[in-house]
Design a protein. Structure first.
Length: 165
């Protein structure tokens, strides 16, 4: 069985600004014009972008949000715990993995505008997925607030926010 180090080397993953490791492996050559996109986007956008993404037990993906939908596809390791905060402040957790008998799902769509964070479900483990962003990812469409900023919006989620920021 592959280790986290094997995956990092074989997939040529590098540290991600929100935590964990990643590498973009494809960006669509089809480009959507600004007029064909919803008003939340500025400029042109690729139809989609695709990355490998891995977390280890000693790091996490901090709460952030995108203007695009993001689809997570589980590949290997322990399950991911994906923490979600809807625009209305509803909190939920999705378990991304392959053990459907314990409520895990192998694929999940994070809706545009939701804050989300992720961590590995088991200690001394890792979790590997690929993520598809539609329309394609751009740092212009990415927001990673501080814990204080998020708590000011969702004070009822202070503990959850402090855990993953």
């Amino acid at each position: 069985m592959a280790t986290s180090t094997d995956w990092i080397q074989e997939l040529r993953l590098v540290p991600h600004p929100e935590g964990g490791f990643y590498r973009e492996f494809h960006r669509s050559k089809i480009v959507l014009g600004e007029k064909s996109l919803p008003d939340v986007f500025t400029g042109k956008k690729e139809l989609g972008s695709f990355i490998y993404y891995m977390l280890t037990s000693d790091n996490f993906s901090a709460f952030h949000r995108l203007r695009s939908d993001e689809v997570w596809h589980f590949h290997d390791g322990s399950a991911f715990l994906i923490h979600l905060i809807s625009p209305e402040g509803l909190y939920s957790i999705v378990r991304l993995g392959i053990d459907v008998h314990v409520g895990q799902v192998p694929c999940f769509v994070i809706p545009a505008g939701f804050y989300f964070a992720a961590e590995v479900a088991e200690e001394n483990s890792y979790a590997l997925a690929s993520c598809t962003v539609i329309p394609g990812f751009s740092f212009d469409d990415f927001e990673m607030p501080t814990s204080d900023e998020l708590i000011s919006i969702f004070p009822h989620l202070m503990n959850e926010i402090m855990h993953l920021t």
